[in-house]
Design a protein around this ligand. Structure first.
Ligand code: ATP
Length: 433
């Protein structure tokens, strides 16, 4: 029997007051319904590690949807319910979200041949999770608010800084947990336990990753690329031969490590300057991981990941463009701003950032000037001004405005007068009137 331990003061210390009240209210509602309710998973793990995490997952012994509906009435929240899974998402007026799930006893056949009868439904729910450290729960019912439930030695593993699965067939059941194990290991600076490492090796020998759906692997890869230090995770995946199980062409070496560091630097530079400009970080790192691969290899890997055909084709097209630009720029020592501008402006941000990471410092400067200055430059004259100059609107407007922009980017015009002169010159040159 686990010792009874309350983490109420830790909760009070680490969570905002209104969240505590919310959790207490949920405990009360559950109690009145005759249910037990618990906060579980990553939230509890991070609380014990003293790391901020307000992603709260609740598990209910009872009916999660009924609880969510009662809560909705009491606190003026929005809910989405998923009848089929017995889950609900509660969204508070301030945008805060809570996930509520129903603990179910009859999941599927447990490969570990578990004596089900001996377990509460909470314990069963926790047992099918990935690692001990993710299988903690905190009870929220009023009389036992803050009671920590640790059925599987999670506190010991947190103390020993260990990633450990809950049963031997865990990776057979869900091979994506291999990727998760390495991700958590590197995120927290933990170690995967020896037994769990052996289980990973066995699973790899059976080529189990290969049998998982590509979209689940892509999901886990995205999680990896979303971490603070994806390079460390990929390096470890390589060390454990997981990388080559994902695809034989994937590798990790010094130059890729350098590219990842460059990507990291470029992304933090970009985020610092252009906070609200959104891009998909995961895609930049995917481009990085695929950097040394041949096109057929990229194709076959993206097929494994179940990228839809259209997405795959767009990815290729843009990747090819980047490789071409990179090749051309390698040969140049100087470049006109207008050329950078025209080359880059139609390329999705993720690809431009990847290109920037690949370039030498001097050439990175071309792109940093593009982002900080050149892309915002406009000619003084507008279409209306051209009309006022007696020109008839038509395709020529586009040509003229583009020429004006190029001239401005390259510092060839300064004043409005300069621009007007240039317009006349263009018209003469093109024999348009
Ligand atoms: P993060 O801080 O990355 O969000 P998390 O632990 O909250 O970490 P999620 O991926 O959000 O991770 O998953 C929530 C919980 O669901 C986890 O704590 C884990 O217990 C469980 N879980 C997620 N994926 C799996 C899986 N493949 N197998 C078993 N349990 C899983």
């Amino acid at each position: 029997q686990p010792r009874r331990k309350f983490v109420t003061s830790l909760l009070n210390e680490k969570l905002p007051k209104h969240i505590i009240s919310l959790l207490k209210k949920i405990g009360m509602i559950a109690e009145n319904l005759g249910y037990n309710v618990y906060a579980v998973g990553g939230f509890v793990r991070d609380l014990l590690l003293r790391q901020e995490n307000l992603d709260i997952d609740l598990v209910v012994e009872g009916d999660g949807i009924t609880l969510a509906k009662k809560l909705q009435k009491e606190i003026n929240a929005h809910i989405h319910t998923y009848q089929k899974f017995g889950t609900a998402v509660v969204i508070l007026p301030d945008g805060f979200r809570l996930d509520i799930a129903t603990a179910r006893t009859e999941y599927y056949e447990f490969p570990g041949a578990l004596p089900k009868v001996e377990m509460s439904s909470l314990k069963l729910d926790l047992y099918r999770r990935d690692f001990t450290i993710n299988a903690l729960a905190i009870k929220l019912n009023p009389k036992q608010f803050g009671l920590l439930l640790d059925f599987f030695g999670a506190q010991r593993d947190l103390k020993e800084r260990m990633i450990r699965v809950l049963y031997n067939l865990s990776f057979v059941e869900d091979p994506t947990r291999i990727l998760r194990a390495v991700r958590f290991e590197q995120r927290f600076g933990f170690r995967i336990s020896k037994q769990t490492l052996d289980l990973i090796r066995q699973a790899l020998k059976l080529n189990l990753l290969f049998q998982t759906t590509g979209s689940r692997i892509w999901h886990e890869l995205k999680c990896i690329f979303g971490e603070t230090n994806p390079a460390a995770i990929i390096e470890r995946l390589n060390e454990l031969s997981v990388l080559k199980s994902l695809h034989p062409a994937l590798k990790w070496d010094k130059s890729l490590k350098k590219l990842f560091k460059e990507i990291e630097a470029v992304l933090s530079w970009f985020e610092l300057l252009f906070l609200e400009e959104k891009y998909v970080k995961e895609e930049v790192y995917l481009l990085g991981l695929l950097d040394p691969l041949k096109e057929e290899e990229v194709n076959s890997f993206l097929t494994v990941l179940e990228f839809p055909k259209s997405k795959k084709e767009l990815f290729f097209k843009k990747r090819r463009e980047i490789f071409n630009i990179y090749g051309l720029w390698q040969k140049k020592r100087e470049i006109k701003p207008s050329l950078v501008y025209l080359t880059i402006k139609e390329i999705p941000l993720e690809f431009v950032l990847y290109l920037m990471a690949k370039l030498s410092p001097a050439k990175k400067k071309w792109l940093s000037l593009y982002f900080t200055q050149w892309r915002d430059i406009k000619p003084i004259l507008t279409g209306d001004d051209l009309k006022a100059m007696g020109l008839k609107p038509g395709p020529i407007f586009r040509t003229i405005l583009e020429e004006l922009l190029k001239a401005r980017l390259d510092g060839k015009v300064k004043t409005e007068e300069d621009e007007k002169k240039l317009v006349k010159k263009i018209l003469k040159g093109k024999n348009f009137h």
